[in-house]
Design a protein around this ligand. Structure first.
Ligand code: NAP
Length: 263
């Protein structure tokens, strides 16, 4: 039975979950790709390559050189550049795309969300009065907060951000999700947090801070997701999780096998 050969662009819990589902499945020849930014990444149970491709052209070359039959985009909703590259490379090579887009978080009764379009708006929304702020936005979007140095920042991220990116006197907590509600309640209390800034990442691994904020009546500045690049004219399918991706891959494998058998 011929295998379906595909590449998974990862760096998320969805990609790790998909790798777990694919491991040892003889229908598939899958490789997971990681950017290589995390110091100690959680390595998958399928073959893995690490590092950039060299832009959209480099990714297109990789797809062609490796005879990739489908490109699975399981990157973080805020990793906008690699998504653009994926769409451009799929367009250039005619590779079918499977997009895993976990649902965004929605506010619920009791939430005090301030929804903003980007990090600059988030920094501005903190206002002129000094506050204790929890930033759970990763490492690369910190610059706008350096322009509001009167706040006391607590920054939680997987690896410590480079010192030159930090707002003055920021406290760093290095931690990798998933987090528990109990841990987040305690952290918000101990750090005397008054407001949280987060990206609308969706998923369950980092959701507990939102529940803890609701319980404590804390405001949350929620940064909206960047839009998807235009996939019109492409063979592109969206699913919301790893299980949906596996169903699509299995159907694609079945179609390819039937075509080979002449059924
Ligand atoms: P980005 O700005 O969209 O991409 C920057 C560059 O990193 C890309 O142009 C590409 O380099 C390389 N890259 C990104 N993802 C890659 C992958 N899976 N495999 C190979 N190369 C990759 O990405 P980012 O926001 O820095 O995020 C980097 C990684 O961390 C992504 O894989 C993402 O899923 C994960 N992540 C991001 C966030 C976030 O908030 N942004 C949160 C959690 C996890 P080349 O152009 O050289 O190919």
């Amino acid at each position: 039975m011929p295998q379906l050969k595909f590449l998974v662009l990862g760096g998320t819990s969805d990609a790790s979950a998909l790798a777990g589902l694919l491991a040892d499945d003889p229908r598939f020849d899958a490789t997971l790709s990681l950017a290589g930014l995390t110091k100690a990444p959680v390595l998958p149970a399928i073959p893995c390559r690490i590092g950039g491709f060299g832009g959209a052209a480099g990714l297109a070359r990789y797809l062609q050189d490796n005879a990739i039959q489908a490109l699975v985009v399981a990157t973080h909703p805020f990793a906008a550049q690699i998504r653009q590259n994926a769409v451009a490379a799929a367009r250039a090579t005619g590779t079918p795309l499977l997009l895993i887009e976990r649902p965004a978080w929605d506010s619920q009764a009791g939430d005090r969300w301030i929804e903003v379009a980007d990090m600059h708006q988030a920094a501005a929304a903190l206002g002129p009065t000094a506050r204790r702020v929890l930033l759970t936005i990763g490492r690369k979007d910190l610059a706008p907060f350096a322009a509001a140095p009167w706040h006391g920042y607590v920054i939680r991220s997987v690896d410590a951000p480079p010192p030159e990116l930090l707002p003055p006197a920021a406290k760093i907590i290095t931690a990798r999700g998933p987090f528990t509600l109990e841990d987040d309640r305690l952290m918000l209390h101990e750090e005397r947090i008054e407001v949280i800034v987060t990206k609308n990442s969706g998923g369950t691994a980092t959701q507990s801070k939102l529940i803890a904020a609701r319980e404590l009546g804390l405001p949350v500045i929620m940064v909206a997701r960047p839009p998807w690049p235009d996939v019109s004219g492409l063979e592109a399918t969206r699913v919301s999780d790893a299980a949906g991706a596996l169903r699509w891959l299995a159907a694609r494998h079945e179609d390819a096998s039937s075509a080979k058998r002449g059924v």
